[in-house]
Design a protein around this ligand. Structure first.
Ligand code: FNR
Length: 184
């Protein structure tokens, strides 16, 4: 039976570099794995009242069921103000509730970050890791994936250069190998 790994992108921007990286990663799934992009487009901002009063929006239920069906997660995120973009934090929060019913629990994750500057999304990468500790999502330690000057990895047709693709492929391979060791 195939294992399904969800790809979560921390940007809604049409021309998002993170989206393009996720698209390239989606094609790197080895035999026995499916890489599935999970949309965060229409997820309302988390409000605990929705869960406390049984009013969870349809989008929450759909998202939680979708995440529940996954075997692991790869997060591909830019950095907003030295942290993760709200869209990704919101998705993390929505999936984490109702209390005791987190759909993230125990499944292996990886965090890939990027930025047009030199900081490579380091702050976002590690803030997300902090959230994942609390959600009991073990996170691949090595290789760490920080892509600096991300706008320079694409050619005029939006294709990622060979060197970066090789690096991403190595990171994906490492994730798959590690996943095999720790997943149920
Ligand atoms: C940014 N950007 C940014 N970049 C960075 O390296 N560190 C940061 O703290 C921030 N902060 C930040 C805040 C906000 C609100 C925006 C909109 C942008 C720039 C960001 O890295 C750049 O816009 C990326 O292109 C966003 O990623 P996508 O949309 O291309 O995936």
């Amino acid at each position: 039976m195939n294992k399904t790994i969800g790809l979560f992108v921390g940007s809604l921007r049409k021309e998002s570099y993170s989206k393009k990286i996720a698209k390239a990663i989606a094609e790197m799934a080895p035999e026995g794995f499916i890489f599935k992009q999970i949309s965060l487009e229409n997820l309302p901002i988390y409000n605990q009242d929705f869960d406390d009063y049984g009013l969870a929006p349809e989008e929450y239920l759909k998202f939680r069921n979708e995440v529940k069906s996954l075997d692991g997660f790869i997060f591909i995120t830019p950095e907003y103000n030295r942290s993760i973009p709200g869209v990704l934090k919101n998705a993390v929060d929505v999936g984490s509730r109702p209390k005791g019913e987190s759909v993230w629990n125990g499944k292996p994750g990886a965090v890939f970050s990027s930025s047009p500057g030199n900081l490579s999304g380091f702050g976002a990468n590690h803030h997300l890791r902090q959230c994942l500790v609390s959600l009991n999502v073990p996170v691949m330690q090595q290789p760490e994936v920080y892509l600096a000057k991300v706008h320079e990895i694409f050619d005029e047709n939006g294709k990622i250069n060979e060197k970066t693709l090789e690096f991403l492929q190595k990171a994906v391979d490492a994730y798959i190998e590690w996943f095999g060791k720790i997943a149920d």
